[in-house]
Design a protein around this ligand. Structure first.
Ligand code: C2O
Length: 573
């Protein structure tokens, strides 16, 4: 009898031991990232670039919706570094978000920090990148979130998936490029190439050997996961002779529609199905700038990869040369009509849960500025237009990163003097934002100011572009949240008439909004994730100049509405 009880008990314990971890803890994926310099040869020259694990672009992370990622980042480079998981909601795990001096102090050379977070309710393509100075020029990679285990895409399963990361390459050390710009006060040098998976492609010197090939069979569907990882440039993208069926963006599904051109702002991702229904041949996949700022210099080159039908390929080692790829058509660089036609077509796949009954009605201007040369500063440090220094701001506050503490740590520990809670919810001075703005309004005020949100606040935010110095399309990215883009338009937002344009039924859910050049976008979200969340322009040069601010979202009631305690290895400030 006793042995039978023991046996049964043992059996029950065995069953529990196996079942409980499956139920209680999501599947965890462990990775090691070593940030280190590595030799990267591009455009005929070898650079000592900062990479992860010596790879450029860095490793692709793949998980299922619901899984946990544990990434130990060790810094073997000579710069401070942090890693940001772009678009990951980081529910209650704000310590793992990554932006330097916002949620953590940097990982110093020789040190390490383990990022640990769970992806919940997001499916599609995201990415990761360094969030310190301009290191993300070479420190980035894809983060693929497959459907939850046991479920599948809300569209027929594609035969193949290909990641296409669009990047931007300087024939120089990008850290030197930004340092030089900060020294002179002028705009930084534009890049020398765009890249697809790190390769510029056929139209650049010393490049065609490395051109990325996407092999396909006839009559299949291929899911292209496209990421704009460029530092400072919106990009148009197309594939010669092939239609693109949009199915997702920023790891949210969209109602499918077909187009031949897409536009991505830096930070944005788009998931696209293509069907290989064309004659077996080789077709260019191409991307080039959508440059909306009038008269501003930009990199006017075109990057390419090749969609290659296997039947049209020259077999390895065979004595033939592959046929020339079919050319791709792309809009002209300033084709705002095409860019807007694309972004305004995006719709959620399902009916959206857009917050109504708004608690916080916010209005932020976003744009550039010019600082007069400060007294005592030499002319060589004021080489911006007419002897000024470039700046940028939201609501006229030019964001300054704390120097030796993070905002999240300062907030949680009550450390004074790191930030002030005075970010204005609406502009202190109202003016014709997209008109001929008086020079008196061109100079923003520097500050490390945050805007506090109560847990659960329903937020509406109008992002209003300005024409200060020049109007321009701004990719505005919010950390820790996805938001609905309920409307966009040109000119000044009119709170009486433009509300008629609000889509509260099926607007797209994104983490980065393209605010139209000389226009506005309205976003909504519920502040249900406590922490310190930076919102900034994802053109790194604009962030460098101060185009950002921070929302501090308070804890709600109980543990499930509060940020977790900081990890023990959070870098010391
Ligand atoms: Cu993709 Cu704050 O960044």
């Amino acid at each position: 009898m006793e042995t039978l009880v023991k046996l049964l008990l043992g059996l029950v314990l065995l069953l529990l031991a196996n079942a409980v971890p499956l139920l209680a803890s999501p599947k965890a994926h462990h990775h090691d990232f070593v940030v280190q310099a590595a030799k990267v040869k591009r455009l005929c020259k070898t650079h000592n670039s900062i990479t992860v694990n010596g790879q450029y672009p860095g490793p692709t992370l793949e998980i299922n919706n619901g899984d946990t990622l544990v990434v130990k980042v060790t810094n073997r480079a000579r710069y401070n570094v942090t890693v940001h998981w772009h678009g990951v909601r980081q529910m209650r795990t704000g310590w793992a978000d990554g932006p330097e001096f916002i949620t953590q102090c940097p990982i110093r050379p020789g040190e390490s920090y383990t990022y640990r977070f769970t992806i919940q309710g997001q499916e599609g393509t995201l990415w990761w990148h360094a969030h310190s100075s301009w290191l993300r020029a070479t420190v980035y990679g894809a983060l693929i979130v497959h459907p939850r285990e046991g479920s599948s895409f809300p569209f027929p399963k594609p035969n193949r998936e290909s990641i296409l990361m669009l990047g931007e390459w300087w024939d120089a050390n990008p850290i030197d490029v930004v340092r030089e710009a900060l020294r002179t006060g002028a705009a930084p040098n534009v890049s020398d190439a765009y890249t697809i998976n790190g390769q510029p492609g056929d139209f650049y010197k010393c490049s065609s050997k490395g051109t990325v090939i996407v092999p396909v069979d006839s009559g299949e569907t291929n899911l292209l996961r496209i990421v704009n990882a460029a530092l400072n440039q919106q990009l148009f993208f197309s594939v010669a002779n092939h239609k693109l069926t949009i199915v997702g963006a920023d790891a949210s599904y969209l109602r499918p529609f077909t187009t031949s051109i897409i536009m991505l702002g830096p930070g944005q991702t788009t998931d696209v199905l293509i069907t290989t229904d064309q004659p077996a041949a080789r077709y260019y996949i191409a991307a080039r700038a959508y440059a909306s700022a009038q008269g501003a210099p930009f990199d006017n080159t075109t990057t390419t990869a090749i969609l290659e039908y296997k039947k049209a390929a020259c077999p390895a080692k065979a004595k033939c040369s592959s046929p020339k790829p079919v050319a791709a058509t792309l809009p002209v660089f300033n084709d705002t009509a095409t860019a807007t036609a694309f972004t305004t077509r995006l719709r959620s796949r399902e009916r959206a849960e857009v917050p109504t009954d708004i608690d916080e009605n916010l209005f932020f201007t976003v744009g550039l500025g010019l600082n007069r040369c400060p007294p005592g500063v030499r002319a060589r440090n004021c080489q911006g237009p007419n002897g000024t220094r470039f700046a940028a701001s939201m609501n006229n506050v030019s964001f300054v990163l704390p120097k030796n503490f993070s905002i999240l740590q300062a907030y949680r520990q009550g450390v004074p003097g790191v930030f002030t809670p005075n970010f204005p919810g609406t502009p202190l001075v109202k003016f014709d934002y997209t008109g001929n703005v008086s020079r008196a309004l061109w100079q923003p005020v520097p500050g490390t100011e945050i805007y506090k949100l109560k847990y659960g606040a329903r937020v509406q935010l109008v992002l209003q572009g300005t024409s200060i110095f020049t109007a321009e399309n701004h990719p505005i990215h919010l950390h820790g949240y996805d938001f609905y883009i309920i409307a966009e338009g040109f000119g000044n937002f009119n709170s009486k008439t433009d509300t008629a344009k609000f889509n509260l039924v099926d607007p797209p859910l994104r983490n980065t909004a393209s605010v139209p050049v000389g226009g506005w976008a309205v976003i909504r979200f519920v502040a249900d994730n406590p922490g310190a969340w930076i919102m900034h322009c994802h053109l790194d040069v604009h962030l460098t100049w101060g185009l950002g601010m921070v929302f501090v979202v308070e804890d709600g009631i109980g543990a499930s509405q509060s940020i977790e305690p900081p990890p023990a290895d959070l870098p010391a400030c």
